[in-house]
Every structure is written in structure tokens, then in C-alpha cells.
Ligand binder design. Structure first.
Ligand SMILES: CC(C)(COP(=O)(O)OP(=O)(O)OC[C@H]1O[C@@H](n2cnc3c(N)ncnc32)[C@H](O)[C@@H]1OP(=O)(O)O)[C@@H](O)C(=O)NCCC(=O)NCCS
Length: 159
């Protein structure tokens, strides 16, 4: 079964250092839009305090992660990262499903994701998992952005 060769667990503070290279490696292609890497250690620790990071491991090594945050009735996930060597094997789907299960159990009725507008390959991936475009979110441009950008908010009802 796709994704079944992995072990899943919730990250704790001691996983922060290993999460940084996993996420930055997965998001390397965004260096064409931003001068800075996706995340640093301090930001990773902040995420661990504010929400939950779901991990997938293979033979004790990190293969993927997904950050989940409860925002009242809305469940949010982000930083979905699959190590490039493990991509295309169903792990991204599995980590999204796990985030949905986590939020459903916590009482959320909608799941939300924010997609960088330049990543045109991602909406078809999320559509395949049941998400649809809800709205555009304009944001204050960060100084390390190489190009103007905004986000596409995609949503899925959690039934
Ligand atoms: C996006 C990402 C998480 C996908 O993970 P993955 O493990 O490769 O994806 P999966 O193997 O679970 O694919 C799930 C389904 O989506 C499909 N899919 C994957 N990429 C797709 C794409 N670009 N367009 C359309 N469908 C796609 C797969 O074919 C699969 O369909 P199937 O189950 O019917 O075969 C992974 O590529 C990644 O980490 N990318 C870099 C970080 C990133 O961009 N994260 C998202 C930020 S919002």
C-alpha cells in the first residue's frame, strides 16, 4: 500500500535540527523566488510550539513532514515536505490525509492550505486530494522576495 513503508509520529523539540534540512531541501526550487531558504532553526522551533509537525520516517531517517495548526473550526497545514528521494510514492498524499485526520478529530470542519502563486504545479496535486481554490490572499512582500507574489488559498471540507 502506498505510504505504508513509513513510520509516522508527531515531532518534538529534539527533531527541530533534522527538520530544517528536510524542509529546505524539499523547497529548494523556491530559491528562484526568494533569496532566503524556506526555514531556519528558530522558525522551526516556533512552529513546534505553535502547532504540530507530523513526521514520516524510513529506517529511522526523516522522509517527510507536514505542519498542522488548529485555527478554531479551520485546520491548516503547511510546510508539506517530502524528501526528493521519496517523492512520487504516495507519501505527500499520506501526510495530507494524516493532517486531515488530526484536524477532524480536533473538531475542524474545513482544511486549508496556502499555495505560492508561482508554484503552478501544486494546485493540480491538491485538487487530486480533494482541494479547490477558495480565494487569493495578497500579502506584504518580504524584502528577500525576488519577484512579486501572492498566495492561493485552497480548501477542502472535512466530513
Ligand atoms: C508536493 C509534494 C509534497 C508531493 O509529495 P509526493 O509524495 O511526491 O506526492 P504523492 O506521491 O503522494 O502524490 C499524490 C498524488 O498526486 C499526484 N501528483 C503529484 N504531483 C503532482 C503534480 N505536480 N500534478 C498533478 N498531480 C500530482 C501523484 O501522481 C499522486 O496521484 P496518484 O495517487 O493518483 O498516483 C512533494 O513533491 C514535495 O515535497 N514538494 C516540495 C515541497 C512543496 O512544494 N510542498 C508543498 C508546498 S504548498
Amino acid at each position: 500500500m502506498a505510504g505504508s513503508e513509513f513510520n509516522y509520529r508527531m515531532a518534538n523539540e529534539s527533531d527541530a535540527e533534522a527538520l530544517v534540512p528536510l524542509i529546505n531541501h524539499a523547497f529548494e526550487m523556491e530559491l528562484q523566488y526568494f533569496d532566503s531558504e524556506r526555514i531556519d532553526l528558530a522558525q522551526t522551533r516556533e512552529h513546534l510550539k505553535k502547532g504540530t509537525i507530523l513526521l514520516a520516517e524510513s529506517d529511522g531517517r526523516l522522509a517527510g513532514c507536514n505542519y498542522v495548526e488548529l485555527r478554531g473550526e479551520i485546520g491548516y497545514f503547511g510546510l508539506l515536505s517530502v524528501d526528493p528521494v521519496w517523492q512520487g510514492r504516495g507519501l505527500g498524499r499520506k501526510l495530507v490525509e494524516q493532517a486531515e485526520g488530526f484536524c477532524r478529530e480536533a473538531g475542524c470542519c474545513v482544511m486549508q492550505i496556502r499555495v505560492l502563486n508561482h508554484r503552478t504545479e501544486l494546485p493540480p496535486f491538491y485538487e487530486k486530494l480533494g482541494y479547490s481554490a477558495a480565494r487569493v490572499e495578497e500579502v506584504e512582500q518580504v524584502p528577500f522576495a525576488r519577484v512579486p507574489y501572492h498566495f492561493l488559498i485552497m480548501e477542502k471540507p472535512l466530513l
